[in-house]
Design a protein around this ligand. Structure first.
Ligand code: ADP
Length: 234
């Protein structure tokens, strides 16, 4: 059963349709990359998947017990977030906010999960450091640990390597692949980087107001649209 299924989904701002006729699904354990140029509707789709924007048409159906607040979300980095005056531990722990509900305190289970995720991502030594003093790559690991604390089933990463240097970018992609393989958590990543997307993802959704392509990464590589965007480098 799919975690998320989009059936004929469209989105509009002030009555103006900006994306339309989206039909795709995200299955457990899958790695879907959403690619497309600026203004193609990627952020709008992310907002709909998170339940922050209602579709103008069609529907988004959640399945396999997934709740919208159990999607582990790694937002696009903004300068405000980079300046966040909290320790690494506090940032990771805040990933447990959604499961805390109305309880006023974090439980031992919350704290155990934080430790586990920090170990998994190799950031336990940074625990007491201030988030804003970290390098870009370290920050992304911390935000990934935070997102993993929020979910058992699905990560949603919005352009996670923006501003990272090539080496750190490669490390981050590798980490995402390992998390996806080892934990079976489905990954949905919005990316500009089509070549890395085709290398790592199981499925590709190429947006340009609607799906120019949706299917397996292998199929994309061999499709007319894929060949055009990959520029013969695949
Ligand atoms: P992407 O993330 O791929 O760059 P967006 O989802 O941000 O694309 O934008 C898709 C379209 O919706 C664009 O034409 C953009 O101008 C428009 N758009 C995005 N956000 C708003 C908004 N808050 N109000 C009006 N139009 C918007």
């Amino acid at each position: 059963m799919a975690l998320i299924r989009c059936d004929g989904v469209a989105a509009a701002y002030e009555g103006q349709i900006v994306v339309h006729d989206l039909d795709f699904q995200i299955s457990p354990g899958e790695y879907l990359c959403i690619v497309g140029e600026n203004g193609s509707g990627k952020s709008t789709l992310v907002k709909m998947l998170l339940g922050l924007k209602a579709p103008a048409k069609g529907q988004i159906v959640l399945g396999d017990g997934l709740k919208q607040n159990e999607i582990g979300y790694l937002p696009q980095q903004t300068d405000v977030q980079k300046d966040f005056p909290a320790s690494v531990y506090e940032v990771v722990l805040s990933g447990r906010l959604n499961s805390r509900g109305f309880r006023p305190f974090y439980t031992a289970t919350d704290k155990k999960k934080v430790k586990e995720m920090m170990q998994l991502l190799g950031i336990e030594d940074l625990e007491r450091q201030c988030f804003r003093e970290l390098s870009g790559g370290q920050r992304q690991r911390v935000l990934l640990a935070r997102a993993l604390c929020a979910t058992k089933k699905m990560l949603l990463l919005d352009e996670p390597v923006t501003g990272l240097d090539p080496l750190v970018t490669a490390e981050f992609y590798q980490l995402i692949k390992e998390v996806n393989k080892m934990s079976g958590i489905a990954v949905v990543m919005v990316s500009h980087d089509i070549e890395s997307a085709v290398r790592d993802a199981s499925h590709i959704l190429h947006l340009q107001e609607t799906a120019l392509y949706y299917g397996t990464a292998e199929g994309y590589r061999n499709s007319e649209i894929g060949k055009k965007f990959l520029g013969g480098t695949a």
